[in-house]
Design a protein around this ligand. Structure first.
Ligand code: MTE
Ligand code: MO
Length: 258
């Protein structure tokens, strides 16, 4: 499955109901001219949907090297204490395997070296945290969309979920492990990468080593650090507390566009 067909499929699904509305309106128009109003509304909706998608595909602003913050703040988990992560770090991530699975035709795993050998993108962007601070950093990472194409999304895949190594909050229901999710528009956005370098150096533990998501059109909490596993899913309902992310489960917006 190529990126283009994936995108078309998503757009097709978004437009299908509007198309149906259009057809019905056309039929009725020949019978009763008062349905012309319905028709105009449907047309307005189509334009709005198109504009929304076009806007979602725009690039986040990129900056110059001189703009890079001297001390990019680290936030949330700064050093996961989870047993599995502690062991991986002790061996400098030699045993780390990024897992890609879920609703895909060909699940696979990559070592860190293999991730580094994938087609990459480098970008200098501003990170905005809901807590009210921003920092500018340079990120290099593997293009997520290309990894998903390699796995081959199944027809019913709608979201991409990132499972992290850290437990940010000890909860009885086990929902305290950090995770996040994005839709296919953001997953295939050219600036969406799995970063392994920050400011021309290997990504450090406080900033999410060995691999962290950069999803530049959204707020800081969507940028999952310590990514262990990526899964394509049809629905977010069965994850965590059902809102699609650690912070969304605690009242924040799932779509945190900036
Ligand atoms: N796994 C994990 N990812 C996370 C967090 C976290 O606590 N754990 N915090 C989020 C928040 S709120 C922000 S602002 C950014 C902080 O990234 P930084 O530490 O590189 O600044 O990571 C996000 N991703
Ligand atoms: Mo944040």
């Amino acid at each position: 499955m190529t990126a283009t067909t994936n995108r078309r499929r998503w757009l097709g699904a978004a437009g299908a109901s509007l198309g149906a509305l259009w057809l019905t309106a056309c039929d009725k128009l020949t019978v009763d001219p008062k349905f012309a109003g319905v028709l105009r509304k449907a047309e307005g909706l189509t334009l709005k949907a198109q504009r929304a998608v076009t806007d979602r595909k725009a690039l986040a602003r990129e900056f110059m090297p001189a703009d890079i913050s001297r001390d990019f703040k680290a936030n949330g988990t700064l050093r996961p204490q989870d047993e599995e992560y502690v062991a991986l770090l002790a061996n400098n991530f030699a045993d780390y395997r990024l897992q890609i699975g879920g609703l895909v035709e060909r699940p696979f795993e990559l070592t860190l070296d293999e991730v580094r050998a994938q087609p990459s993108r480098t970008q200098i962007t501003r990170h905005d945290c809901v807590e009210g601070w921003s920092s500018i950093g340079k990120w290099k990472g593997a293009r997520l969309g290309l990894l998903l194409d390699r796995a081959g999304l199944k027809r019913d895949a709608r979201y991409i979920v990132f499972y992290c190594a850290d437990t940010l909050e000890q909860t009885l229901d086990g929902s305290g492990q950090y995770y996040e999710s994005i839709d296919l528009i953001d997953a295939y956005h050219p600036q969406t990468i799995l970063a392994y370098e920050m400011n021309d150096a290997t990504l450090t533990v406080p900033h999410g080593a060995p691999l962290r998501l950069r999803v530049e059109r959204q707020l800081g909490y969507k940028h999952a650090k310590y990514v262990m596993r990526i899964e394509a899913v049809a629905s977010l309902e069965d994850l965590g507390r059902g809102q699609g992310g650690f912070w969304p489960d605690r009242g924040y917006e799932w779509y945190a566009g900036i």
